[in-house]
Write a protein that binds this ligand. Structure first.
Ligand code: GDP
Ligand code: MG
Length: 177
């Protein structure tokens, strides 16, 4: 739901989804705090992060939810998705299996969320050039087929991270306003 906040014109909830280890938590920490962690610590405690974003003359508070590792057990519940207007669906472009699982994630999204939800498909870890298993074109064509936005990112090198979140927030704004 979008509603007013003290300083903000809108509050948008968006969720991060995708297989374990694809870089969801690092994308979020990069976007919200400009931080990156090399070790893979499952998210503990932090449920979501905020960032204020200006779109035109509006101030939008983006509330981005991260899983606490439940995705490992396919145990994300409907409350995680409740009220979300956007989703960032992340795969690891160095692990083909995480790309092959995308349809399962899309089915889950479509079961729990509105059909007009903004979904940005993100192929993360573009810095690992030698380890790439999924070509950019494959991501792009899946996104086209499923009607998603698409971007390759590197949370490590801070490539396209800002752009991917901004695209999601801007698209949500376009739909809700
Ligand atoms: P999550 O399980 O989806 O939340 O994934 P994490 O954010 O915990 O990241 C899993 C592992 O991948 C960690 O070791 C991160 O340091 C690493 N990682 C995340 N993003 C990138 C990236 O863009 N490039 C590289 N090389 N490693 C990354
Ligand atoms: Mg995580």
């Amino acid at each position: 739901d979008a509603f007013n906040d003290d300083e903000c014109d809108y509050l948008f909830k968006a969720v991060l989804i995708g297989d374990s280890g694809v870089g969801k938590s690092n994308l979020l920490s990069r976007f919200s705090r400009n931080e990156f962690r090399l070790d893979s610590k499952p998210t503990i405690g932090v449920e979501f992060a905020y960032r204020n974003i200006r779109v035109g003359d509006k101030l939008i508070k983006a509330q981005i939810w991260d899983t606490a590792g439940q995705e490992r057990f396919r145990a994300i519940t409907s409350s995680y998705y409740r009220g979300a207007l956007g989703a960032m669906l992340v795969y690891d472009l160095t692990r083909r299996a995480t790309f092959d699982n995308l349809m399962k994630w899309l089915e889950e999204l479509r079961r729990f969320c509105n059909s007009d939800m903004v979904v940005v498909l993100v192929g993360n870890k573009s810095d690992l050039v030698q380890k790439r298993e999924v070509e950019e074109e494959e991501g792009r064509s899946l996104a086209e087929k499923e009607g998603l936005c698409f971007m390759e990112t590197s949370a490590l090198e801070n490539l396209n991270v800002e752009e991917a979140f901004l695209e999601m927030v801007t698209k949500i704004y376009d739909i809700t306003s």
